[in-house]
Design a protein around this ligand. Structure first.
Ligand code: AMP
Ligand code: GLY
Length: 419
């Protein structure tokens, strides 16, 4: 069977890597992919911004199933289009993807269905937004309504910073913003697969969004992640399913939108262990996918078939009991202006406790170079977070490219957590 993975990041490399391990796979295509091709993965030179070309490719190549990595094609309606052509695809429809593509949609949905989240208001007029900030005070969080690749959120520590964020976000024509209460606590990523009615949770994970050690520096797409996340105890897991995930899937159905695809709730867990939803993503996380896939033992092809056929209730996932920990190595200049073209060396051979997923890399004439912000995600496995960390950083220390940026402390939250 042939499968198509849409996307070109580390998440898509990890999905393709896992799918390609299945005995039933003839070929995994990745569009557009990156420099990390294995022998059984083939790159397709098609932009993910044009779902029609991808659908034509899938029809021509008799692709049995398509899995979508990033949010942009989902928000553009790739799932609706593929289905209208009779193609099987796993992901949310354009309407369902609004959970991620519009903060205003997500917030009003959560309010309507009593899903715990920060108090908020939506604004299109600057004057009203400024008045709200003056009344609420800081810290306060200002979010652009649409997709912004992680750049649309300002966690303002002062009222002045919040006012500035309002002006810059509303200066865009037709701009709409959400202003919400600041939540303190610890973040975790809670990712499930949904087939329209059945919900299958994946292993828990946590990522690190800031560029530098000790969670300093600018926000990024994620500088590292590990699975499992000890903060998500079995009791908290049950509670998140009951209070957030199931009401979301049922609430969407009640609103007339059947949700299919990966559903990712970004959680903030307060000091008493109460979870609130910071945001929804309608896809897997990057880099959370990399350690999660490194731990998945079940054949992902079979799981995907159940997902598109509406029979996820028949699936039981099995996970490597070890911790997987992924360190992102980013290019010089990331996140503002990543530099391309630096030669990469020192990626060792994959083993039972090590795999290096590619993201912003390019392979040309046998030479591997940087070609994007986040370049690699180096995953180590170990019986504890510390042991996984050691495997990952031993590998990171051997990998070289000019200007490489990475954190030395991926996993610190998990290490400090009891149990
Ligand atoms: P989002 O894209 O909504 O997840 O926001 C990106 C990041 O901003 C989150 O991962 C949090 O670190 C932070 N953030 C978002 N909303 C809040 C909030 N209400 N309180 C505190 N931090 C937040
Ligand atoms: N790692 C955060 C995200 O994928 O949105």
């Amino acid at each position: 069977m042939k499968i198509l993975v849409v996307g070109g990041g580390g998440r898509e490399h990890a999905l393709a890597w896992k799918l390609a391990q299945s005995e039933r796979i003839q070929l995994v295509y990745v569009a557009p992919g990156n420099g990390g091709t294995a022998s059984d993965v083939r790159l397709v030179n098609l932009p993910l911004t044009d779902p029609r070309l991808l659908a034509e490719f899938a029809l021509r190549e008799h692709v049995a199933l398509t899995v979508v990595g990033p949010e942009v094609p989902l928000a553009a309606g790739i799932v609706d289009l593929f289905r209208s052509r009779g193609l099987k695809i796993f992901g949310p429809t354009q309407a369902a993807a609004q959970l991620e593509s519009s903060k205003d949609f997500a917030k009003s949905f959560m309010q309507r269905h009593h899903i715990p989240t920060a108090r908020y208001q939506t604004f299109t007029e600057a004057a009203a937004a400024h008045a709200y900030i003056d009344a609420e005070g800081a810290p306060i969080v200002v979010k652009a309504d649409g997709l912004a690749a992680g750049k649309g959120v300002v966690v303002a520590t002062s009222v002045a910073e919040a006012h500035e964020a309002v002006d810059s976000m509303l200066s865009i024509a037709g701009g709409r913003i959400v202003i919400e209460q600041f939540l303190s606590g610890e973040e975790a990523s809670f990712i499930v697969m949904v087939d329209g009615k059945n919900v299958l949770p994946l292993a828990t994970s946590q990522d690190h969004k800031r560029l530098r050690d000790h969670d300093a520096g600018p926000n990024t797409g994620g500088m590292g992640a590990y699975s499992p996340a000890p903060i998500v105890t079995p009791a908290l897991h049950a509670r998140v399913m009951r209070e957030i995930i199931l009401p979301t899937v049922q609430g969407m159905a009640k609103d007339g939108i059947v949700f299919t695809g990966f559903l990712y709730a970004g959680l903030m867990i307060d000091e008493h262990g109460n979870p609130k939803t910071l945001e929804f993503n309608c896809r897997m996380g990057d880099p959370e996918t990399q350690p999660i896939m490194a731990r998945l033992k079940t054949d992902l092809v079979g799981v995907m078939e159940h997902a598109v056929n509406g029979t996820l209730d028949e699936v039981e996932l099995s996970w490597d009991r070890r911790t997987a920990l992924g360190v992102v190595m980013a290019a010089a200049g990331y996140p503002e202006q990543p530099r391309s073209g630096d030669v990469i060396s020192g990626i060792g051979a994959e083993s039972a406790d090590y795999v290096c997923f590619h993201a912003g890399t390019q392979l040309a004439d046998g030479k591997l170079t940087t070609a994007g912000g986040r370049v690699l995600c180096v995953v180590g496995m170990g019986d504890s977070i510390k042991m996984a960390q050691k495997v990952a950083y031993d590998a990171v220390d051997k990998i070289k490219f000019d200007g490489a940026q990475f954190r030395r402390d991926i996993g610190w939250r998990g290490i400090k957590h009891p149990g």
